[in-house]
Design a protein around this ligand. Structure first.
Ligand code: CMP
Length: 149
């Protein structure tokens, strides 16, 4: 099933110069980037994006961190993209993430954990709708698709 999901490169990774490395992993896997932007998220955008964590004790720490600098948002498409991108990211708590995953290879922190990705197709739709307008997502065929999908 072809799905579209959100990957957000968090401010720690942007500051550490890891944008290219993370995007390469997505491209090398064979997934297609159909939207991409850099942005400093506002209070209200973060509250919408992380609505399920609003009442958690760590939310103020999470919000301050996400607002601390620009993020890069990617809309990523491919077969089972939601699950595949989650697997590429690795466990939320970076020290527990397997080597070979983005967090396992690049991070050491629970909050500053390099990336966020949607955990379910319906969440992906919701989260993409917060960060991208319809006309910011591109529909196109990559020349290598027949070798990948
Ligand atoms: P993410 O996948 O973006 O989803 C929610 C984020 O909250 C998570 O990655 C971490 O950055 C952060 N987070 C989750 N649990 C905690 C916690 N216990 N303390 C601080 N930050 C957390």
């Amino acid at each position: 099933m072809i799905e579209t999901t959100l990957l957000m490169i968090k401010p720690d990774a942007v500051q550490r110069g890891l944008i290219g490395k993370i995007i390469s992993r997505i491209e090398e896997k064979g997934l297609k980037i159909i939207g991409l932007k850099m942005e400093i998220l506002t209070d209200s955008t973060i509250e919408q994006l992380y609505d399920i964590h609003l009442k958690k004790s760590f939310f103020p720490i999470l919000k301050a961190f996400i607002m601390s600098g620009p993020i890069v948002a990617l809309a990523i498409q491919g077969p089972n993209a939601v699950k595949v991108v989650r697997k590429l990211c690795g466990a939320t708590n970076s020290p527990e993430a397997e080597p070979g995953t983005i967090r396992g290879d690049l991070g050491l922190h629970l909050t500053k954990n390099i990336v966020h990705s949607s955990d379910q197709p319906d969440r992906a739709k919701y989260e993409l709708g917060i960060l991208f307008k319809e006309n910011e997502l591109q529909s196109y065929t990559q020349i290598n698709e027949k070798w990948i999908m």
